[in-house]
Design a protein around this ligand. Structure first.
Ligand SMILES: Nc1nc2c(ncn2[C@@H]2O[C@H](COP(=O)(O)OP(=O)(O)O)[C@@H](O)[C@H]2O)c(=O)[nH]1
Ligand SMILES: [Mg+2]
Length: 192
């Protein structure tokens, strides 16, 4: 699959209606600042499609982008941002869980983005548990590979794969276009 077109469709705040129209949804989830929005821009080769920010936790919307006129990329607010108030964190958690458990969206893949140097945090582990409990397909993207030294790259991916043997872990870097084709190939294998 090639990504030929990508267009912003809708930003969803709180209880706005989300898009449920049968089209496949690829949801990008992960902690604040792991590079979710940049990843979407990198895969679509559009610099300013998804809003990437230097101040983490700014985005409180789910943004829907229509790809190739046939499926959606969904950019989520990042969780686990320490400077968020308790209320804001609760609101985000509710939004994400509601999306994940919302039974009407069946055709879906979650891309769980992590910072490869940090690995999976307890927040991410909670997410994995939810994916497993609700039979949600997911791929872990070990992002910002460019921050690892040459000798560490392979080792870190093998470690992650051994730690989470039931998960598919794909290395990536938006800075170096590392493994872009492989990630798109894996995403497209889920799209029905
Ligand atoms: N080194 C490196 N930095 C990245 C990469 N992807 C994103 N970033 C940086 O990480 C920060 C957060 O990116 P953003 O996409 O806004 O993260 P989000 O909060 O998960 O959506 C920005 O400063 C990006 O420039 C990457 O692959 N490598
Ligand atoms: Mg973002």
């Amino acid at each position: 699959m090639n990504i030929k077109s990508a267009a912003f469709v809708k930003g969803v705040i709180g209880s706005n209606e989300i898009l449920v129209n049968g089209k496949f949804q690829v949801a990008f989830l992960g902690r604040s600042n792991v590079g979710k929005s940049t990843l979407i821009n990198s895969l679509t080769r559009k610099k300013n499609l998804a809003h990437s920010s230097l101040s983490p936790g700014k985005t409180i919307r789910m943004d829907f982008f229509l790809i190739n006129d046939s499926f959606y990329f969904v950019d989520f607010p990042g969780y686990g941002y320490a400077k968020h108030s308790y209320q804001k964190r609760e609101k985000l958690a509710k939004m994400i869980l509601w999306y994940l458990m919302y039974s009407e969206i069946k055709n879906r893949l979650v891309i769980l983005v992590i910072d490869v140097k940090v690995g999976l945090t307890p927040y991410d582990a909670d997410m994995l548990k939810t994916f497993h409990e609700h039979h949600i397909n997911y791929i872990i993207v070990a992002n910002k590979m460019d921050n690892l030294r040459m000798g560490q790259k392979e080792k870190q991916i093998i470690n992650l794969q051994q730690e989470y043997p039931n998960s598919e872990v794909i290395p990536y870097s938006s800075k170096q276009k590392y493994q872009g084709f492989e990630l798109i190939r894996r995403i497209s294998s889920y799209i029905s």
